[in-house]
Ligand binder design. Structure first.
Ligand code: TXA
Ligand code: MG
Length: 337
């Protein structure tokens, strides 16, 4: 199959919507990362999304809608807190796990009786949902296990020949995937995957915000994941990623003692002047780091890095999302110095 590259022109977005209506798969930009979009109600289309990604069948897909009001058509029940959160965060990088109804096939929800609902803010994604008139199931458009794509080129590299088209909508604004939450009781939520709707932001509207243990810790053998995606190795480039927590001086000393051919460090922009070894930088603020992290992980592979020491990000605000992606890319290998 040839994969066509589409622009964000009206004609091309019509074409993208036609593909979706026909049960084909299209790489689509969102404000978080690029998604692999298909009609969420078409079992055969969804089956081919799992196949293109090489994704385990028990890992559910998020369903994207043009407006949160449409969620009633795909769920059994929407708790008042979900409406309140939607008012503040939809459209945007928030996914709410809700009890699904029969219009979402079991294959889409990975066999669960719930569905993750998200209303993306990216105008291109929004337009394609509207033009197709379908709920769009869209996992991140990477090969399963590899860093998520934040540009059309990344999607082309992972998916060329496997999907019908990729729509180029520029680089993703946020750079990490949406915050996934489950609603627990009348006024509390559990964060299943951290993103740019942060714990702090949710705390303004909820009496309790629980950070699921799987966000920062490896699941123990036999432990059940609240979010199936949390049990798989993730976001990993080919290089061996090692997260190092500590001050810059100790970090430099540590890398010096463990340096070698094809060793890189991933450091903050502000450290660059003082850093004597081979490096790439990933911004200073947590938002910059989120914006750059997946792109850098891919660039490190392109540069031939075999081992990468990463200066650990903060764990508050958006930093928690960056930390979560890195700790998983590192297979939970963290060195504290
Ligand atoms: O920002 C995003 O969310 C991107 C863009 C394309 O929208 N999509 C995305 O999808 O990251 P994916 O499939 O790569 O990640 C979805 C995550 C997985 O960890 C999955 O296990 C979890 O959300 N998830 C989806 N539906 C769920 C459900 N019903 N219950 C629990 N976790 C769910
Ligand atoms: Mg993903």
């Amino acid at each position: 199959m040839e994969t066509v590259l589409l622009s964000d022109s009206d004609i091309d977005l019509e074409k993208a919507a036609e593909f979706i209506k026909n049960g084909d798969i299209v790489g689509i930009p969102t404000e978080t990362v690029y998604g692999l979009g298909a009609d969420a109600s078409n079992e055969e289309a969804v089956r081919r999304v799992f196949e293109a990604k090489g994704r385990p069948a028990d890992n559910p897909l998020i369903v994207h809608l043009a407006d949160f009001s449409q969620a009633v058509s795909f769920t059994q029940f929407i708790p008042p807190l979900a409406y309140k959160l939607a008012e503040h965060f939809c459209p945007g990088p928030l996914t709410m796990v809700l009890p699904k109804n029969d219009r979402i096939p079991m294959i889409t929800s990975g066999g669960l009786d719930t569905v993750g609902i998200r209303v993306p803010s990216h105008p291109v994604m929004h337009r394609i949902i509207e033009l197709s008139g379908r709920p769009i199931a869209a996992p991140s458009a990477n090969t399963s296990g590899y860093p998520s794509p934040t540009s059309a080129e990344h999607v082309m590299r992972d998916m060329y020949g496997k999907i019908s088209a990729v729509v180029d909508g520029g680089n993703s604004e946020f750079g990490v995937e949406s915050t996934v939450i489950a609603i627990e009781g009348d006024s509390s939520v559990r964060i299943l995957r951290p993103g740019c709707v942060t714990k702090e932001m949710l705390s303004e509207l909820c009496s309790e915000v629980i950070i699921d243990r799987a966000i920062l810790h490896e699941l123990e053998a036999g432990q059940k994941a609240a979010s199936p995606g949390m049990k798989y190795k993730h976001y990993s480039p080919k290089a061996n990623i090692i997260m190092v927590e500590g001050e810059l001086e100790s970090f430099i000393a540590y890398v010096g003692a463990n340096n070698g051919k094809s060793v890189y460090s991933l450091i903050f922009d502000k450290d660059a002047d003082r850093f004597p070894y081979r490096y790439m930088t990933y911004g200073n603020s947590s938002s910059e780091q989120a914006h750059l992290i997946f792109q850098r992980l891919r660039e490190l592979d392109d540069a031939g890095a075999e081992r990468v020491y990463v200066r650990a990000p903060e764990t508050d605000g958006v930093g928690l999302a960056v930390y979560n992606r890195l700790i998983r890319a590192a297979g939970f290998e963290v060195i504290r110095i």
